[in-house]
Design a protein around this ligand. Structure first.
Ligand SMILES: *[C@@H]1O[C@H](CO)[C@@H](O)[C@H](O)[C@H]1NC(C)=O
Length: 147
């Protein structure tokens, strides 16, 4: 749950910060830097948003981990005038590749109009997260979107 709390804090700070950065027009390579982790949690290049991998909270079932991450993505995208429909690429990091079928059942309902390109790999995610995901999304309102 600590991971989730941290995620929610990042989420709460990410979207407004990103909106502000976008409004500043400081393209290209607009970034939301996370000094604690030493990398950016989001970057914008042109009309595309790149998000760093988002881990679920620790030691939970894959089918509940997926909504947790998707809700985070959805909140962030919505705040930028985009939606899950604008996602063009997802990478899924599964602790156990044996969960591939399970994750598909939880994942596909989020993309009823046709899922984005996706790569799925097995990875020893930090913090005992069963699944983490990152994405690339098109921002239909461009880099001037605001929340
Ligand atoms: C995404 O967020 C919007 C705005 O809060 C909400 O209306 C929509 O139902 C959410 N979509 C999903 C798939 O959760």
């Amino acid at each position: 749950m600590r991971t989730l709390a941290v995620l929610l804090m990042i989420c709460a700070s990410l979207a407004p910060a990103l909106g502000q950065s976008l409004q500043s027009g400081a393209a290209p390579g607009i970034e939301v830097y996370d000094p604690q982790d030493g990398f950016s949690t989001a970057s914008v290049a042109g009309d595309f948003l790149y998000m760093s991998s988002v881990p679920s909270s620790a030691n939970q079932a894959v089918d509940t981990a997926v909504p947790e991450i998707m809700n985070f993505f959805n909140t962030t995208l919505t705040s930028l005038g985009a939606s899950l429909e604008n996602v063009v690429k997802v990478t899924v990091y599964l602790r156990d590749i044996g969960d591939f079928t399970t994750i598909n059942s939880a994942y596909t309902p989020y993309f009823p109009e046709g899922p984005p390109v996706r790569s799925t790999i097995q990875a020893a995610n930090p913090g005992s997260s069963p699944v983490a995901m990152d994405l690339v999304a098109y921002l239909p309102n461009g880099a001037t979107a605001s929340s």
